[in-house]
Design a protein around this ligand. Structure first.
Ligand code: TA6
Length: 276
């Protein structure tokens, strides 16, 4: 397999059918193209220099989902990762990154020792992510996590399917538990929900004739669109960009994962782009 290119702190993998770009700040997938179709939303105001998390693509949420003792969504998306290996072939390409504790992570998560690896794999019209956490400390630790993925779409037409009957925590209504009654989730205002006990795949119409299908090994799925007022409040997001994106985020956002000493566990996600 050929070597992938690394330019400006970014690694781009190419196969005959697709490409993916990962910014080493946050090991952050910022682009996934299948043919000419860009699946990932990336804000035109996104900051890529590592000073703040990148607005778009796949922010890695670890070891804390949401607000809490540490900064919002933890540190994994806020620090520079190291590229371990990268390979490209006609149909498949892979890049692997790692992160070990540093002053920044220890400030947020005192004393905890871990070894993270993040593997990004292109295979035909699929993108496969594997976020592995190894407990290399002398004590067990617990964390929450998610792939906070921003997808391109037309918010007026997108229908997120596969969540009917799931209970969800409505972040906009004091986290109250509600049930999804509709065959699909549509958007006409700010939506911020953690769906529980999800059965994959979850799918949505990215464009008129292209569908994204998502599978994962966890059972929480966050669905988010900031809508207009919150869009205006985000400097790294243009006022009208809420019209062109939706976040669909597999994770373990509430119960959390507890790892014993020496144990390791992966959050995985497979995204597939198909033509209708
Ligand atoms: O995934 C939904 C969410 O938790 C929202 O509540 C909103 O805060 C969003 O993440 C973006 O968070 P960020 O820290 O990236 O601005």
């Amino acid at each position: 397999m050929a070597e992938a290119e690394v330019v400006n702190n970014e690694t781009t993998l190419n196969t005959d059918q697709a490409s993916v770009t990962i910014n080493h700040n946050g090991a952050h997938v910022t682009s996934w193209k299948v043919g000419e179709d860009e699946v990932m939303f990336l804000s035109k105001n996104a900051v890529l220099d590592g000073s703040i998390p990148i607005r778009g693509g796949v922010p890695l949420i670890f070891p804390q989902f949401g607000p809490g003792k540490m900064r919002q969504h933890g540190f994994a998306r806020r620090v520079k990762w190291s590229l371990l290996e990268k390979e490209e072939g006609k149909d498949e390409a892979v890049a692997k990154f790692c992160l070990e504790p540093n002053d920044y992570t220890l400030e947020m998560w005192a004393d905890v020792v871990f070894y993270l690896t993040f593997t990004v794999k292109l295979s035909g019209n699929k993108l496969l992510l594997d976020f592995n956490v190894k407990n290399t400390w002398e004590n067990p630790f617990k964390f929450t996590c998610a792939f906070h993925t921003y997808f391109n779409c037309d918010i007026d037409k997108v229908e997120v399917k596969g969540l009917k009957g799931c209970k969800y925590n409505d972040t906009l209504d004091e986290g109250k538990t509600k049930e999804e009654a509709g065959d699909f989730v549509k958007f006409g205002a700010n939506v911020d929900r953690v769906y529980r006990n999800v059965t994959w795949p979850v799918t949505f119409n990215m464009s008129q004739n292209k569908t994204v299908s998502i599978e994962s090994n966890v059972t929480d799925c966050v669905v988010w669109n900031p809508w207009s007022e919150k869009a205006k409040a985000m400097k790294d997001f243009q006022d009208d960009e809420y019209l062109r994106m939706v976040c669909v985020e597999p994770g373990n956002c509430i119960e959390g994962i507890e790892l014993a000493v020496g144990e390791n566990w992966s959050l995985t996600k497979t995204m597939t782009l198909t033509e209708d």
